[in-house]
Design a protein around this ligand. Sequence first.
Ligand SMILES: Cc1ncc(COP(=O)(O)O)c(C=O)c1O
Length: 352
Amino acid sequence: MIPRHDPRLKSFASDNYAGVHPEILEAIASANGGHQISYGDDVYTDALQDVFKRHFGERAQAWPVFNGTAANVVSLRAMTAQWEAVICAESAHINTDEGGAPEVAGGIKLLTVPTPDGKLTPELIDRQAWGFGDVHRAQPKVVSISNTTEWGTLYTPAEIAEICAHAHDLGLLVHLDGSRLTNAAAALDVPMRALTTDAGVDVLSFGGTKIGLLYGEAVVVLNPEAATGVDYLRKTFMQLSSKMRFVSVQFEALLSGDLWLRNARRANTMGQRLAEAVGGIPGVELARTVEANAVFAVLPKDVAERLRKRFRFYTWNEATGEVRWMCAFDTTEEDVDAFAAALAEEMAAAGR
Ligand SMILES: Cc1ncc(COP(=O)(O)O)c(C=O)c1O
């Protein structure tokens, strides 16, 4: 088939605008042919458990699902009873960008906290960790954090360990939305278990799509006492893939060697390059320090509109004109330089 799109065209909208990494496509092809037992009783899904254990420890157990919203909903539902609630940052993806799925599909009450940079701290958690034993209040049970956060910031292993210790002292569990955990680990140059298992995280939503998979995320239970019924909930929430071998083989290709790290390092390096390139353009103000692969900047609205006709990207805050530029595993130096040049042109054309 002739492609309907221009494969050379890149954007800075999201790392899920990227296609599939060639090594992942090869892995999918290698799993093709013949018959395998459906619904996860295939040899690829079986092998996957060891791959996840190598990264997250002997107690880790992974359940592949279709997308990140579902990984979050299944994880959180498995961690809470009907009367229990989840504390998260107001900016958390589960609160802002999942169409209400945790509440509507999962029936999970979210207790949100405003944060300056998308990160919770023990003090911020305490703003919602109260009312234990009060039948009138949804009972706090889980603290959910994202790494990287929706504002492109990072939690260090020490910060996560502090949150987990505080949460556990209060009788709360910790969920980590790791849609971009690979980027966080690569940026901090630590193994992924340093940000999860070793820090005390109980359940992880592990992201594959943004780092090169065709599709696929996983619920990874790190503490078996923290979640019940994942097997059943995955089906209840319509996430049990019948041809699961093709999801599992992608994770194997991503995680059994260093593909995850290569991809994350590239995306992060391009984030740094982009920040340096655009930071030098008069009138462009970087809004936050760049910690992984997301760059935030404040742009005049007319410039943003014109630039968007050349490269897609999202406005993150309409009121302030803050935009987000996201680099992906396939972003190249040339893509970054072309984007920075286009921005400089549009700023100059607007007389800024
Ligand atoms: C922090 C975070 N969590 C979860 C997701 C998963 O979303 P999806 O359901 O689109 O796979 C995303 C995607 O943008 C995300 O940025």
